[in-house]
Design a protein around this ligand. Sequence first.
Ligand code: 5AD
Ligand code: SF4
Length: 472
Amino acid sequence: MTKNDDIKACRDAGVAEYCDLLAARNAPGAKAYVRTYGCQQNESDSEKIRGMLAAAGYSVTEDAGDADVLVYNTCAIREHAENRVFGNIGEIKHLRERRKDLIVVLCGCMTQREQTAERVRRQYPFVNIILGTFVLPRLPEYIWRCLNGEKHITDLSGSGGTNEGLPVLRESRIKAWLPVMYGCDNFCSYCVVPYVRGRERSRAPGTVEAEARRLVEDGYKEITLLGQNVNSYGKGTGEGVNFAGLLRMVDGIDGDFIIRFMTSHPKDATDELIETVASGKHIAPQLHLPVQSGSDRILAAMNRRYTAEKYLSLVSRARERIPGLTLTTDVIVGFPGETEEDFLDTLALVREAEYDSMFAFCYSPRPGTPAAEMDGQVPHEVKTERFARLMSLQEEIAQRRNLNLVGRKMRVLLDGVSSRAGRLTGRTPGNLLIEVEAPESMVGTFADIIVDSARAWQLTGALEERSCRAGT
Ligand code: 5AD
Ligand code: SF4
């Protein structure tokens, strides 16, 4: 399929009134640039933003200097993410000076906080539209209003919604994001998400299943079910389908594809979920189980509602039942009050859990969250020193685990072209990155690969048929 097919698909998908108005008004060649910060949920929202923009007659450009509309889909999870956004929108001031008719949109988690919206209005007056997280579908309307003379629009209204029926212009033809729920009810004491994304709301299971079926029919080879805490999926749908049930529904679809999901809150990961992953036909042997800390004292202060022991028992049940499980996690170092002993508990847990990979973060105080007000904020140097120790332990573990994979055969989804000539990148069933010598024509297919070398962050392998031939 070509980009034009994409645009047609978006237009067929029930285009809103304002998309049609814009499409009729836009000159041929009108362009939009969308920049995404943060998590997969944001990547997925950006695909909807691109879908709406395509339906409104814009073609998507990678060059901000070439665009008529600039959209920055922002992240608020850590201060660093926010600073990057402020840096980047600061840089577009000169574009605005050159192009008076340029429309600049800021949306995503950062904008949902009134104080941030206020700062943007004050310091970056060239931003035309500030769009909160609950009003994404109003983007075409607000662009239309700006084209018709309004200079500034801020809309932080709403508190729910699941963005049904919006056109989607996907980044990839191979892998698809499929949001199953939005928001979060957990209120971990460090986290801004419940404040900016609102309460949990799940999409209807039949809608998710139908979308997955269409993706498989369209040739997608990997579907990732997305939510801040997929394990609490189903509340409020009135359909009695929990996340394990939803996984089974999607797993029941015929075709050659793999299902992944994220993120699972450990407190809600059930044996039913583990069994469903273990017995699934398409479900990847992979769990992303953010632990955040190995200290019970810190876990309690984080409001995580599990202990290190409970977490490790979940891990050992999962390892027992899911052969070849790839386990990944998120860890925060330097949470308020974290002592050296607490940190050593984290290192001990990491050693025991033996993760394949980890996302580690230095704690970043988020205004409005309980942890930001806690005593015992940890100095920056202590955080970075702990971060380095944690990463070096993880590197050692990943290297050891990856070396164990050398010589194994794996069914790999080849998903892209490597920067090294003649090689493709791919993902193992557990989602580990692997590089393989293979022709470009194989991108988008599954191939049997024999792992032939391993580093901490990446495997390399050879197509099975080639390694057999080489060996005969
Ligand atoms: N500081 C540092 N890391 C954070 N995360 C969430 N909030 C913060 C914060 N305030 C991390 C958690 C979460 C991941 C998506 O981001 O580890 O799992
Ligand atoms: Fe944030 Fe906790 Fe919800 Fe994850 S579960 S989004 S860390 S509040």
